[in-house]
Design a protein around this ligand. Structure first.
Ligand SMILES: Nc1ncnc2c1ncn2[C@@H]1O[C@H](COP(=O)(O)OP(=O)(O)OP(=O)(O)O)[C@@H](O)[C@H]1O
Length: 546
């Protein structure tokens, strides 16, 4: 069985099956094999650059086909094009195969451009190792050469494109790729090009998290924001409380499009409190707050906008949009001081850990919470509180409030109007009053503390962890990791409008608000209330914007 006797390659298809069955190493088998390989990896059957450049040497003693044996000429075989000239009438196979392979190769190039790390340069280099055995290859001369000679020319160029594209993409690290693509996309739709500018103030906390907020902002965020038309005045905080001072005194006409915070939840909380403490509250409350996460937790932006990396945050800001969010207030009743928050306020063990963790901030950064938590767990005190809460009535009207007076005055009037208060008194390991479901950005399992809470549902979610002791606390934290903590018999979960927490005796009397500790003095009572949809965040949740 030789190839010459088969005539035109177009007729092979009918014979292939039979031949493949009876002669496993014959042409039928060979073509079937090639098709299989081509299906898996279209480029596998084509030669490398190296193979193309260097003519193949004959090995001594290697078996040759009859055609080759008869050929008289130079030692090195002529290039495939010469063979084509000798036997031209095979366009029927070459032409369709060529167009088919063009399509395949184009799709491969597209795949490369879409950046799949598996399809990087190494992938294509590896693909050349899929070769047929020499003994099999020797049996077919003409069809293989024809296919090769015609396809090599077209695919060599396409392979080059694919290799270059993939090498361009594969050399950049994975983390930087999104910003590379983002910048390209934004270049096309640039607001700056269209003359749309947004004037904002950027407040950057250089002490946040791993103290990398400067690098994060100037390298990853600023270019994207500038491209999308943000005119930014950047201010770095010099001391704790600086962001609060800036937000409470800034001329609002210099930043009509918002204040962008680069840091953690603490810096956002300072800005919020600065704005809500202003005399021109009506205007200030309208000012949206943007967040570039660079802190230890950044639970707010992760939970509400679904973002936990600075590049995505910059893209979200660039896209625009506003997300309304409820604000809650925590009032220290005796002193008459009110603090505002967006995430949660907590009392008991977690507030105690927060206070201790500040000692480790300098040396351990975001890991300070773990160290303080373990230490406090080992020397666990008792926490006794009296908790009064006003449950959310099902007929509650969620209409937005008009800000015509100071938030504090409104809260006092609203809470005293109803008298269905529920009282709980005793030992509590923890008390959490959550404004949203509080998903920590760090952590393996990403648990949530209040699964039913929404950032704009007009209610607060109260979680009471009754009792005391390390075993209970340990079980609670394990269950919390899997989001089973609400199933525990000593955990109470209720949606509320107002909560009053009063520490009893020598219990730790501090209160944590959005990761910031507010210390009480003597017999303190904390009163927690809601201001529905009073806050505005720059950007929208990914799913909402899509
Ligand atoms: N220049 C500064 N020097 C010292 N402390 C600062 C400075 N600027 C801000 N702070 C304080 O740092 C505290 C923490 O800031 P931030 O919340 O941004 O980071 P974080 O605590 O690491 O993150 P998270 O709150 O998400 O855990 C804030 O209470 C703020 O008052």
């Amino acid at each position: 069985m030789t190839i010459k006797s088969l005539g035109k390659p177009a007729k092979y298809s009918k014979l292939q099956a039979n031949i493949a069955v009876h002669f496993p190493f014959s042409i039928g088998h060979r073509i079937c094999e090639e098709k299989k390989i081509k299906k898996k990896n279209p480029l596998a059957l084509f030669p490398t650059h190296h193979q193309l450049a260097a003519p193949r040497r004959r090995r001594r003693g290697a078996s040759f086909s009859p055609v080759r044996r008869r050929r008289v000429g130079p030692r090195n075989p002529p290039p495939p094009t010469t063979v084509l000239r000798e036997r031209p009438p095979v366009n029927s196979t070459a032409a369709p195969a060529q167009s088919e392979m063009k399509q395949v190769s184009c799709s491969v190039v597209n795949k490369c451009l879409a950046y799949n790390p598996c399809l990087s340069r190494n992938y294509y280099q590896r693909s050349h190792t899929v070769k047929l055995q020499r003994s099999q290859a020797g049996q077919i001369i003409l069809p293989r050469k024809l296919r090769k000679s015609t396809l090599w020319q077209t695919n060599f160029t396409q392979r080059q494109i694919a290799t270059h594209c993939s090498s361009d993409l594969s050399t950049s690290c994975r983390e930087e790729l999104p910003s590379y693509l983002t910048v390209n996309v934004l270049k096309d739709q640039s607001c700056a090009r269209q003359g749309i500018f947004r004037k904002v103030i950027v407040i950057l906390n250089p002490n946040s998290g791993f103290r990398s907020s400067r690098e994060v902002f100037y390298q990853k965020v600023q270019p994207t924001l500038e491209l999308s038309g943000f005119m930014m005045q950047v201010v770095e905080t010099a001391y704790a409380g600086h962001a609060h001072a800036l937000a409470s005194t800034v001329d609002l006409s210099t930043c009509p499009d918002g204040i962008i915070c680069v840091g953690g939840d603490g810096i956002v909380n300072e800005v919020l409190n600065g704005l809500l403490g202003r005399d021109d509250l009506e205007e200030a409350i309208q000012l949206p707050i943007g967040i570039i996460p660079a802190g230890s937790e950044n639970s707010l932006v992760w939970t509400v906008l679904g973002i936990r990396d600075p590049v995505s945050a910059a893209t979200t800001l660039a896209k625009g949009g506003i997300t309304p969010i409820d604000v809650f207030s925590v009032k220290r009743t005796q002193a008459g001081i009110t603090h505002f928050g967006l995430t949660a306020s907590y009392y008991g063990f977690v507030a105690d850990v927060l206070q201790l963790s500040e000692k480790f901030r300098l040396h351990f950064g975001p890991f300070r919470y773990v160290i303080a938590g373990v230490l406090k767990f080992l020397s666990l005190p008792q926490y006794r509180f009296e908790v009064n809460y006003l449950p959310l009535s099902p007929r509650r009207n969620h209409k937005l409030l008009l800000v015509t007076e100071k938030c504090n005055d409104h809260l006092a009037a609203d809470s005293s109007a109803e008298d269905n208060w529920v009282t709980r008194k005793g030992e509590f390991l923890g008390i959490f009053v959550c404004n949203h479901f509080c998903k920590p950005a760090q952590g393996l399992l990403s648990p949530v503390i209040a699964p039913k809470a929404q950032h704009n549902d007009g209610s607060l979610d109260l979680i009471l962890v009754h009792g005391s002791g390390r075993l209970r606390l340990f079980c609670f934290f394990i269950a919390y990791q899997f989001c089973w903590h609400l199933l525990l018999p000593y955990v109470e979960y209720v949606k509320v409008k107002h909560v009053k927490v009063r520490p009893i005796g020598k219990t730790h009397n501090g209160c944590g608000v959005d990761g910031e500790l507010i210390l009480g003095e003597g017999q303190t009572e904390w009163q927690c209330s809601l201001l529905p949809a009073q806050g505005r965040l720059l950007g929208r949740h990914r799913s909402a914007s899509e």
